[in-house]
Structure formats: C-alpha cells, structure tokens
Design a protein around this ligand. Structure first.
Ligand code: ZN
Length: 159
C-alpha cells in the first residue's frame, strides 16, 4: 500500500476506535486479581484511568500486561492496547494477540460495531506487526492467518 494511503487508513481506524469503544464505566479496582510486582504495576499504571488517557500516554512497561487484567478490565482497556501499537514507539501486543487468537475476546460485550472495529484493527495490526518483526516470513504466514480467522469468527458468532 502507498505510504500516505496507509497513514490515512490508520488515522481513520484510530478515530473509529475512539468513537465506538465506551469510556464509561471504569472497571472496578483493582484491575488485576493477582499480587505480584507485574500485576501491582499494571494496577498502578492503568487502574482508575479512562482508556483514551491510557492510549494517549501508553506506559512502555505495559504492552504485555493485557493478560494480567480482570476480564472486565480487559474489555475496557482493549482499545488502549490496540491504539498503543500505532504510536511512534509502539510495541507488538503479544498478550492481546494470544487472547484474540484463543477466542477469549468473543464475549457478548463486543457488539457488532465493536467487532467490526476489532476486525479492522487486526488487518492494520498485521501489516504493522510484519514491519515491527522485521518482515519475518514465519510470523507472517502463521499469525496473519490465525488473527484474521479469530477476527472473522468473532464477527460470525451470534449470541
Ligand atoms: Zn501477577
């Protein structure tokens, strides 16, 4: 894809995420259920903040912390993790990838509108992830297919 076209797509995706994901209510604290330095740190850095604020200044310590959050906190902070990838210092969000690939994000919370946004994010993220991982063919073959399958199955399952 042409560079400018790509920038346009990402901007429009980020706008869509901010529009469709609810900012209220905040998940109850603590947002982690376990006590260890990693979970305590996630609670301290993310807890009590609205997701757009987290997305605007995503803590560099936290890209792997998705898996530590309670289910309610995962649903709430999902868009902050999704947006963080597209910041200039964005890192791959492995724990979010695995949650998505394992189908752990297909709860009734995600309306068709949210699922459409998640599916669109997967497409953009796969492109970004390939460049973040240095274009490793192995990642590309396996994970792009896997993530796309996960996103389309969450769009298809109807409660
Ligand atoms: Zn822990």
């Amino acid at each position: 894809m042409h560079f400018l076209q790509e920038v346009f797509c990402v901007k429009s995706l980020l706008r869509q995420l901010r529009e469709v994901f609810p900012k209220e209510p905040l998940p109850e604290r603590p947002i982690t259920t376990h006590c260890c330095p990693d979970c305590d740190n996630a609670e301290k850095l993310l807890g009590g903040q609205h997701w757009p604020e987290v997305a605007d200044a995503f803590p560099p310590e936290c890209p792997a912390d998705f898996v530590l959050l309670t289910p309610v906190a995962q649903q709430y902070y999902l868009p902050a993790f999704m947006v963080s990838v597209f910041r200039s210092n964005g890192l791959p969000v492995d724990s979010l990838e695995s949650a998505l690939a394992k189908g752990r994000l297909t709860s009734a919370f995600f309306t068709p509108l949210l699922r459409a946004a998640i599916g669109r994010w997967v497409v953009e993220y796969c492109g970004r992830r390939i460049s973040l991982s240095g274009g490793r063919k192995r990642w590309q073959r396996h994970n792009v297919r896997f993530l796309l399958m996960a996103a389309s199955s969450s769009e298809n399952d109807r409660e």
